[in-house]
Design a protein around this ligand. Structure first.
Ligand SMILES: *[C@@H]1O[C@H](CO)[C@@H](O)[C@H](O)[C@H]1NC(C)=O
Ligand SMILES: *[C@@H]1O[C@H](CO)[C@@H](O)[C@H](O)[C@H]1NC(C)=O
Ligand SMILES: *[C@@H]1O[C@H](CO)[C@@H](O)[C@H](O)[C@H]1NC(C)=O
Ligand SMILES: *[C@@H]1O[C@H](CO)[C@@H](O)[C@H](O)[C@H]1NC(C)=O
Ligand SMILES: *[C@@H]1O[C@H](CO)[C@@H](O)[C@H](O)[C@H]1NC(C)=O
Length: 454
């Protein structure tokens, strides 16, 4: 064994080299583990264990509770990706080992304001290396970064009633709010939705079995989420037309930000904010595009069942179902509207539900609002929601009756095919109306059609 001895004053100090090495290695490993530990793993100890997640019936058994990549944005530590850098800097703040004095903050992550995001943003953006990196980014991403700290856009038009279009007298808390992403000029889409699957008021569900005399149904509310087109681009100012539309239907919620693809995430965070302060005890939210078809009666029945399941009460705060996408890679094709360059984001995307149509609980919306105050905006809206879900130690559940990538032609031709789904993308306003008429006609004939399974 190699001994290293030194005489210090009158004492002979001897150390065993391998022991020193071991000690140093241990310290090094401890530090390494600490550094790579994300706040995600820390928050877990404060939340419920993952096993308590509610699995949607009809979803694919064990597959629906797929492993969540808990460290999705930490996979490439030594990188220049701007978003990863920003988020890591924010997450480190909640790391009790890096910041022992602030350890308490970890449990408080859910009740944080966005001061921290502003602070980490200015810290990271002032780094020379980041500044150089920024210059090389595509124009749209640059524009996104310039505005990514701002979330307090004022409301331009708000629904006439407090939480969107709703029945005059609701005798119980509304079952669902349909929150539909629309754009100023999509008048026809909104009209078709109002006349078909998006009617407000009491909606009768379908009886689960014919001998069951219980009336299943629920109150539906509706709101369209709009940004603003620039009048310079449009050539006209259509504000007055929209105001009139809202006067008549009472379902327009418009904010003063430019309605671009990369700004869609704002329709999530601003919506959560509005929902939390206006929509009381609304049980569920359907957030979707204005070109989807929804089988509302079936959805009502499905959600009604979720609500009445005794085991659900504790887990409804994690409830999110949709068309779930696992371990997606960012799109690196420059011509795609989903294009995200590696210098902006590296790593896989978290588990997320396709943004064409997703259903979650009102309880979850409030939690998402809070946690989003510690997550930097990301240009792809549904991925952003997935990121927030990971921090809540939760993830969406896949349901095969959500078809955000359309139905195959063969299946479409089968009788009752549309009665076995909850949502399908994408349909023109004319198709919506035709489909709805057809569904009404075949409702009796197809009343026992079960929901799609795997
Ligand atoms: C799910 O997994 C557990 C244990 O891995 C197994 O016992 C159970 O049968 C599985 N359930 C289904 C529906 O496959
Ligand atoms: C969200 O944060 C606010 C204020 O910090 C807090 O009062 C509220 O209880 C939090 N809500 C949830 C669902 O965590
Ligand atoms: C945000 O939180 C910090 C402390 O975490 C506090 O000092 C600040 O006043 C808060 N800002 C707002 C606008 O509430
Ligand atoms: C139908 O509902 C009734 C009353 O709830 C129940 O007793 C019966 O078992 C159900 N039948 C089927 C086939 O599920
Ligand atoms: C988002 O909206 C803001 C406010 O209108 C605008 O300045 C910004 O350019 C928009 N961002 C993108 C990426 O279009």
């Amino acid at each position: 064994m190699a001994w290293c001895c030194r005489r210090w004053r009158r004492v002979l100090i001897c150390l065993c080299m391998p022991c020193c090495c071991l000690v140093f290695m241990y310290i090094f490993l401890a530090v390494l583990i600490t550094m790579s530990m994300t706040s995600v793993t820390i928050t877990q100890s404060f939340n419920e264990p993952t096993t308590s997640h509610f699995a949607a019936p009809g979803a694919s058994g064990n597959d629906s509770v797929a492993p969540v990549p808990k460290t999705f944005w930490e996979q490439h530590l030594p990188d220049d990706a701007v978003w990863n850098k920003l988020q890591r800097s924010t997450d480190n703040h909640f790391n009790s080992i890096l910041y022992p004095s602030k350890a308490k903050k970890v449990s408080e992550r859910i009740s944080f304001n966005d001061t921290l995001l502003k602070q980490t943003f200015s810290n990271i953006m002032s780094l020379e290396r980041v500044k150089k990196n920024l210059e090389k980014l595509p124009r749209e991403i640059k524009r996104f970064i310039t505005n990514m700290q701002k979330r307090d856009y004022p409301v331009l038009i708000r629904p006439r009633r407090v939480c969107g279009a709703q029945a005059k007298h609701e005798t119980q808390p509304p079952l669902i709010l349909l929150a539909i992403k629309s754009r100023e000029l999509n008048f026809k889409n909104r009209k078709a939705i109002r006349e078909t699957w998006g009617q407000e008021g009491w909606v009768q569900g379908q009886k689960i079995n014919s001998s069951d005399k219980q009336l299943v149904g629920g109150y539906v509310r509706r709101v369209f989420l709009l940004g603003k087109e620039s009048s310079a681009d449009l050539g006209v100012d259509i504000t007055d037309v929209l105001r009139k539309e809202n006067l008549r239907f009472g379902d327009i919620l418009q904010w003063d930000f430019k309605d671009t693809f990369f700004n869609l995430t704002l329709k999530d965070v601003l919506f959560w904010n509005w929902f939390s302060s206006h929509c009381g005890q609304t049980h569920f939210i359907l957030k979707g595009d204005d070109d989807v078809f929804v089988n509302t009666p079936k959805l009502i029945t499905y959600l009604h069942n979720q609500l009445n399941k005794p085991q659900v009460s504790g887990t409804l705060e994690n409830f999110m179902i949709g068309d779930v996408i696992l371990a997606a890679q960012p799109n690196r094709d420059k011509r795609s509207k989903y294009f995200i360059p590696p210098s902006f984001y590296k790593g896989v995307y978290p588990v997320y539900a396709g943004g064409g149509g997703v259903v979650y609980s009102g309880l979850l919306a409030r939690r998402l609002l809070n946690i989003s105050q510690t997550v930097h905006l990301f240009p792809i809206d549904d991925v952003y929601v997935g990121m927030c879900m990971v921090l809540l130690n939760s993830h969406p559940l896949h349901h095969p009756a959500f078809l955000t990538f359309d139905i195959s032609e063969k299946e479409e031709d089968e009788p009752c095919s549309y009665h076995s789904i909850l949502l399908v993308h994408k349909r023109t306003p004319e198709q919506l109306v035709a489909l709805w008429t057809d569904m009404e006609k075949t409702r009796e004939q197809c009343k026992d059609a079960p929901l799609r399974d795997t």
